[in-house]
Design a protein around this ligand. Structure first.
Ligand code: SF4
Length: 193
């Protein structure tokens, strides 16, 4: 299956009733299909990619993410970004967590994208992204215990990191610490730091 076919299928997908009218964020705007690293976050945000169609672009989480990749010298052309669910799971007009059923619904898209790109490294951003990868691998990695650890997975290395949202950066993992965590990406890819 080609990437365009997957993206077209996602664009027409109505498996999750509350997201049936939302845009599935999967296109060339997600990054390079030749990328050595794929980031898996939670879901498109209302003011971010749910609006712009560009992952981590248009909101404060996007600004923080840009700061993190800038810090380690990665550009958007070097990476691919996707989410546990491709559509914005709005609840009463605000962002909410995807349900287990919604993650199950969207899991085949994530699996296919990872098969197409075949990255050396998968970086999960937050617990939901890690949970999506756990579903594919049949593992039970937890953010609290496995964050910032390089793990050998089936066909790639896995690096669970925190989400760059302002809430997480303010209360759980400061951006300064997240910048140190991002250095592990360079280590995993044998790039100079
Ligand atoms: S989140 Fe995924 S499975 Fe659900 S409607 Fe969107 S594309 Fe389909």
């Amino acid at each position: 299956m080609k990437f365009k076919e997957v993206a077209d299928e996602a664009a027409g997908c109505i498996l999750c009733p509350r997201m049936a009218g939302e845009r599935a964020v999967l296109s060339e705007n997600n990054g390079s299909l030749a990328s050595r690293v794929v980031f898996v976050a939670e879901a498109p945000g209302r003011f971010g990619s749910g609006r712009t169609g560009i992952p981590f672009y248009g909101d404060k989480s996007g600004d923080n993410f840009q700061e993190l990749i800038d810090h380690v010298g990665l550009s958007r052309q070097d990476i691919f970004i996707t989410n546990a669910v491709l559509c914005n799971p709005l609840s009463e007009g605000v962002n909410s967590r995807p349900t287990a059923k919604e993650m199950t619904n969207c899991s085949p898209f994530l699996k296919t994208v990872l098969e197409l790109i075949a990255p050396e490294l998968v970086v999960t951003l937050g617990g939901v992204g890690l949970s999506a990868i756990n579903r594919l691998l049949g593992t039970r990695y937890k953010l609290n215990t496995h964050s910032a650890q390089l793990i050998s997975a089936d066909n790639f290395q896995l690096l669970p990191l925190y989400h760059p949202s302002p809430r997480v950066a303010n209360w759980r993992r400061p951006l300064a610490q997240q910048k140190k965590d991002f250095q592990l990406i360079l280590k995993a890819l044998h790039l100079p730091s």
